[in-house]
Write a protein that binds this ligand. Sequence first.
Ligand code: HEC
Length: 122
Amino acid sequence: MEITLFQRVTTFLIAFTFLMFGHLAISTFSVAATVKFTPEFVQNPDNIAAGKKIWLKQCARCHGQHAYPGKAPKLKPSKYKIEFVYKRVTKGFRGMPAWKKKYNKNQRMSVSAYIMSPKFKN
Ligand code: HEC
């Protein structure tokens, strides 16, 4: 049986649609799925120190003591899971910039570890 042009186009469109949805689903849900925080990582003083540096350099100006009111929320680590912090840092959210291009995975994990650590101050 011969495949008509119509069938080809339809098949292509269906495949394309699935691909697009797949891509959307992956980019939305994979952030937390691809990251694994071991106790060794989150307790490592070197990671916490590296995260603190990033915090002071990039984050405190919006989130810290000297941020003007209404600019960014004061972080409440006791209310978060570390994966949530990592997701916000990676992808951003509304007024919160994404840091995926600026910091590699290890750096984004480190700043998340710092925020969740007892050393965190803002
Ligand atoms: C340009 C200002 C700005 C900078 C810089 C910034 N943030 Fe944010 N951040 C925001 C704003 C605004 C929100 C609130 C977004 C919303 O929920 O509408 C936010 C939200 C967050 C949240 C979620 C808070 C919650 O309770 O929902 C986390 C976690 C966070 N930021 C971490 C960071 C980290 C870590 C850095 C540095 C790598 C950083 N932010 C840098 C503005 C900023």
